[in-house]
Each structure stands twice: as structure tokens, then as C-alpha cells.
Design a protein around this ligand. Sequence first.
Ligand code: HEM
Ligand code: HEM
Length: 180
Amino acid sequence: MMLKPSRATIVVERYPGTSRILHWIIALLVLATWPLGLVIQFLTKDVSLTVYMLHESFGFLVLWLMLIRVGNKLIARAPKSDAPKIERLAATTVHGLLYLLLIVMPLSGFLATNAHGFPLLWFGLIAVWSPIGTAPAVASLFSTVHLWSAWILLLLFALHVAAVLLHHIVKRDLTLYRIL
Ligand code: HEM
Ligand code: HEM
């Protein structure tokens, strides 16, 4: 007797559409903003001004998108997970810290540049109002927060990608599809 080939359908519960779109737009922006910030110090003045502008403008966009994302998080539920409790705790901790850092990063950068006396002209077009104006007394504090946060964010991102790869390549489960 010939057996008919059967097709199994696997259903995976994904993050809501808004969460998935915000995840990828913000991920792309951060993956562009981070290296732009790092290279500034190695550039000559004529090039660095454009890179400053792009870095600050993309970064500032991240701040606003993150505020929307926090609002979205409050209303759009994450899909259920049947992973062990310890894994869920690790994921929630890293995700929570990523949320925090993705607000601290752009906010500290924005406040630092204003405090140093360089108000943001967003994409060279829109002058952004500064809540603190020029404030030399706190400028280096904001810069320090920005620079340290950059490396903490990189560490969290490395953990995040390592976890995704562990699920996808080693455990071969469907975690990645939850966000696609
Ligand atoms: C997601 C948002 C952001 C990320 C991931 C980010 C990342 C970085 C990184 C990696 C550096 C280099 C750190 C180092 O040299 O050790 C940097 C530097 C800097 N960032 Fe940001 N940044 C963000 C947003 C912003 C915003 C919104 C502003 C200002 C409006 C800003 C202004 C600056 C400035 C002025 C520097 C110093 C450049 C220098 O003179 O070396 N950043 N940022
Ligand atoms: C480079 C490729 C990336 C891949 C393949 C990826 C993959 C994933 C996956 C599979 C999830 C769902 C995890 C789960 O179900 O528990 C997720 C969630 C998440 N990812 Fe990523 N990610 C990437 C980049 C980033 C970047 C650059 C950031 C931020 C810097 C980020 C921040 C987050 C956050 C905060 C969540 C939690 C979702 C939420 O509650 O909004 N991801 N990511």
C-alpha cells in the first residue's frame, strides 16, 4: 500500500504585529546608530559633522519609537511561552534591560549634546527644543552615561543574539518565528 505524504502544519504564536514591526524598525535603527556613534571620533571635522547629524537624528528617532513601544507593550501581550521558568526569567530580564537602555541611550545623548551647547537640528531640518538648554555643569555627566550605556547595550545585544542563535541552531525550536 502506498502511503500518502503528509504535511504537518506547525502553529507558532507570534508577538502582535505592532510589536514585530517596532522590534525590527528599532533594531535596524540601533544597528546603524551604534557604529555611527563609534566612528565619529576617528573622522576628520568635515566628515564628522554629517556623521554626528545622522547619528543624533537616527538616535533621536529611536527615543520616540521607544516611547510608542512602551505604550504598545502595555496593551499588546507577548505570546505565551512553554520554556522553563529560568529561561523565561532570563529573557524577560534581558528584554527589560534592552527597553531601559534604548531609552537611556538616546535621552542621555540628546541631553549631553544640548548641555554641551549643540542643540539638535533633526536631519538638518527641524530644530528640536531642549528642555535644559546649554548646561556645562551637567554636560560631562550625560556624556559619561551615554558612553557607558553604549557598551552595556552592546553586551545586552550580544546576549540577545546568542540566545536567539542557541534556540534556532542548537535547540532548533521556533523562538525566532515569534518575532518574524
Ligand atoms: C539608540 C540611540 C543611540 C545609540 C545606540 C548611540 C550610540 C553611541 C555610541 C556607540 C557612541 C560612541 C561611544 C564611544 O566612543 O565609546 C556614541 C557617541 C555619541 N553619541 Fe550616541 N547613541 C544614540 C543616540 C544619540 C543621540 C540621540 C545623540 C544626540 C542627540 C547622541 C550623541 C552622541 C554624541 C555627541 C557622541 C560622542 C561622539 C564623540 O565625540 O566621540 N547619541 N553614541
Ligand atoms: C539582529 C537580529 C535580531 C534578532 C534575530 C532578534 C530576535 C528576537 C527574537 C526571536 C525575539 C523574541 C524572543 C522571545 O520570544 O522570547 C526578540 C525580542 C526582542 N528583541 Fe530582538 N532580535 C534582533 C535584534 C534586536 C536588537 C538590535 C534589539 C535592541 C537593541 C532587540 C531587542 C529585543 C527586545 C527588547 C525584545 C522583546 C520583545 C518585546 O517585548 O518588545 N532585538 N528578538
